[in-house]
Design a binder for this molecule. Structure first.
Ligand code: NAD
Length: 372
């Protein structure tokens, strides 16, 4: 378990606001997913429809950085669990990518298509401003570049914007995942993508771009999405075969690329997994950390999610570097993702440990060194 860093306080919110921000760290600490978070804040504005949680996991390396997810969780506890797990993942992602940022993540409990009004985003911008630099946000599921631009006009703690910023991180994430898929295949002795069968779950911003890249190098694709239109479009664009959302895990592909939501690899799904490599963009692919062992026992090579999907984070973090965003320098860092993965694969194999364990160990070492 990581040591906590400095206690965090709030800047006094503007007068006449209907927004309230509450420290819910103690409430969050009762959940299994808590893992010693530094601070968890709840922003509520009934009038403007905001119900948001900002979780700051660890800031030993720098301020918390991680996107805002907009998702209509059915219970507050489910939302809290989700954001805690995501925030923790960001700590590891930043650390292993060699960045001077900590782990943080936000979740707005809302339907991105129907509830994400300008008033809600105004209230959220006030919440970010009150956090006063302890947390920087950016895009995630349900939160777009346009949303980031809207917030950036109101508070500085926003990345992934178009105005002087890096824009949409998804293509960069997809590029890193693409390189990671190739590194995993290479580790298993496959040097070319031509003819390799890849099963892609989720045809959103990252999944679609990944498919484009895989298709361009001759991979054979089987795809799924909860949106049947996307499956049909992938059939037309890439000659991809479409399957149902439950069937994708069992497809006997060489690579399974989860690019939808988390928790897809579990004690229930791993025994019937069709692929021997898992390499995809989704955050928190493992339902529990222990499930990495089940993958190892089945001979499945797992590219730890927070290593392979770090491209987007590297891209948005570059906006905060002295001198501003530098595309070439960012892409050079993304190009190191396969080397980091190969190192993890080799160490895991030599020590007969899960790749997830090895990745966590590397991240822990860097965070602990910084803290000391
Ligand atoms: P997105 O919202 O654009 O796409 C997600 C897609 O998954 C959608 O098309 C959705 O319909 C589909 N989907 C949802 N549930 C599904 C299910 N059960 N089965 C099949 N498909 C389903 O999101 P994105 O930006 O492409 O991100 C995808 C994943 O990658 C997320 O887990 C995200 O946290 C992670 N990630 C994204 C980035 C980035 O830069 N966008 C960076 C790191 C990690």
């Amino acid at each position: 378990m990581l040591q906590t860093h400095t206690p965090r306080t709030l800047r006094v919110p503007a007068e006449n606001t209907t927004l309230t921000i509450t420290d819910i760290t103690a409430e969050a600490s009762r959940l299994d997913a808590f893992d010693n978070h530094e601070r968890v804040w709840h922003g509520r504005d009934v009038e403007r429809g905001l119900n948001a949680i900002v979780a700051i996991h660890n800031t030993a390396l720098g301020p918390g950085l991680g996107g805002t997810r907009v998702w209509p969780h059915e219970t507050f506890e489910a939302a809290l669990t989700d954001v805690l797990r995501l925030s923790r993942g960001m700590t590891f992602k930043s650390a292993i990518a060699g960045m001077d940022f900590g782990g943080g993540k936000a979740l707005i409990i809302a339907n991105a298509k129907t509830d994400k009004t300008p008033a809600l985003l105004e209230a959220y911008a006030e919440m970010l401003a009150a956090l006063d630099g302890q947390y920087y946000t950016g895009e995630d599921v349900g939160f777009t570049v346009a949303d980031a631009d809207f917030l950036r006009a109101r508070t500085p703690n926003v990345t992934g914007t178009t105005v002087g910023g890096s824009g949409n991180p998804s293509p960069v994430t997809a590029h890193g995942v693409f390189l990671g898929v190739k590194a995993a295949l290479k580790h298993r002795g496959v040097d070319k993508l031509a003819g390799v069968h890849v099963a892609v779950q989720g045809l959103g911003s990252v999944g679609w771009t990944l498919c484009e890249k895989l298709h361009a190098e001759g991979a054979r694709l089987t795809v799924t999405d909860i949106d049947a239109v996307r499956i049909r479009q992938a059939g037309e664009a890439f000659g991809a075969e479409g399957v149902g959302t439950d069937a994708i895990l069992q497809v006997p592909a060489q690579v399974f690329a989860p690019c939808a939501l988390g928790g897809v690899l579990s004690a229930e799904t791993i025994p019937s997994l069709g692929a021997k490599i898992v390499a995809g963009a989704a955050n928190n692919q493992l339902a529990r950390h222990e499930d990495a062992k089940l993958l190892l026992q089945r001979g499945v090579l797992y590219a730890p999610d927070y290593v392979i999907n770090a491209g987007g984070l590297l891209n948005v973090a570059a906006e905060l570097a002295p001198g501003g965003y530098d595309r070439a320098a960012t892409m050079a860092k993304v190009a190191q993702i396969p080397d980091t993965l190969t190192d993890i694969f080799q160490r895991a194999e030599a020590q007969n440990r899960s790749t997830n364990d090895v990745a966590a160990e590397i991240a822990y070492e860097r965070i602990e060194a910084a803290r000391k």
